[in-house]
Design a protein around this ligand. Structure first.
Ligand code: ZN
Length: 308
């Protein structure tokens, strides 16, 4: 009997732990938007002369993130409330044509997850037209990728959010542009996101001790090894459970967000947020607004890469 009670307690405790680890899906309704609007900053931290234009690109061909529409809505709310930018949302790859891209000061790649086979969002999408041969598909896809790289070099900004880094995950050129490719993530867990440099203008909205929340800790590969970026936040590897066998890191840190200069433009990556609940936090919303102001070019900050 005693054992049954103990097993029962252990079982219930593990259910509670599982529930705590995976926040449930919440609807994108007016109530949620009102909550985010209330928590969003009244005004932008960095002064701006003119209202900017941001494209939130949310096409996915691979893993569907339920947070995808919430992320778009959150960015729209930040723009509306602060008056810093107008948002256009799209899932149309035609928006990656040169003449379309140049209409925007920055592009957000919102959980633009590709399929595992090629890890190329554009190949996935273009090949839906089965009349096209593979050479045509890849030529078109590479053109769109080149357009993005050229757009940044000429002065555009890109912000890649969470799974967005998988969109062209096997391309070294895209990896260099964004600072690193996706390797894997562990199960969701509560972990501490820490601040690399609390004096950096882009981390000022976050608490100095960082923040603890439930998310997927991301690990990276390809260009990440070169550390050709300026990191903003990180986690301690030793604190992350469930790391890939044979790749366990018991010391050091993995970056959660960073920025990098490319030509006249800017790229930023933020590996959080798998859940919309992450946005129900005034300092995280302010951090996103700061990030968006950085990619549109409203603020000049230290972008010195740590790897060089
Ligand atoms: Zn995710």
């Amino acid at each position: 009997m005693k054992n049954i009670i103990i097993y029962g307690i252990v079982f219930l405790a593990s259910i509670n732990a599982a529930l705590a680890q995976n926040p449930s899906e919440i609807p994108l309704d007016q109530e949620w938007k009102d909550k985010i609007t209330k928590l969003a900053p009244e005004k932008a931290n960095f002064p701006f002369k003119k209202k900017k234009k941001i494209l939130v690109f949310s096409l996915h061909t691979g893993f569907w993130h339920w947070v995808n529409p919430h992320t778009s809505a959150m960015i729209e709310i930040l723009g509306e409330k602060s008056g810093a930018f107008d948002v256009t949302t799209s899932t149309d790859i035609a928006m990656m044509q040169k003449d379309k891209l140049k209409e925007f000061d920055a592009v957000v790649f919102n959980n633009t997850n590709s399929k595992p086979q090629y890890r190329n969002l554009f190949v996935d999408k273009i090949s839906e037209d089965t009349s096209l041969d593979s050479l045509t598909v890849w030529t078109e896809a590479n053109k769109l990728e080149d357009n993005i790289i050229e757009y940044v070099k000429k002065g555009g900004g890109i912000l890649i959010v969470h799974g967005g880094n998988t969109m062209l995950n096997n391309s070294m050129a895209f990896s260099k542009l964004t600072g690193g490719s996706f390797d894997y993530h562990t199960k969701q867990q509560a972990f501490q996101v820490r601040i690399e440099d609390p004096s950096h203008p882009l981390t000022k909205s976050l608490p100095v001790e960082g923040y603890n929340h439930v998310d997927e800790p991301y690990f990276y590969k390809n260009a990440y090894e070169e550390s050709d970026f300026h990191p903003l936040t990180y986690f301690n590897n030793a604190e992350i459970e469930g790391q890939k066998k044979g790749q366990e890191k018991t010391s050091g840190k993995t970056y959660v967000s960073w920025i990098r200069k490319e030509g006249k433009g800017r790229a930023m990556y933020i590996s959080t947020s798998h859940n919309a609940q992450s946005f129900e936090n005034a300092s995280i919303l302010a951090y996103f607004l700061d990030a968006l102001q950085y990619v549109v070019g409203d603020v000049k900050v230290d972008e010195t890469p740590i790897g060089k």
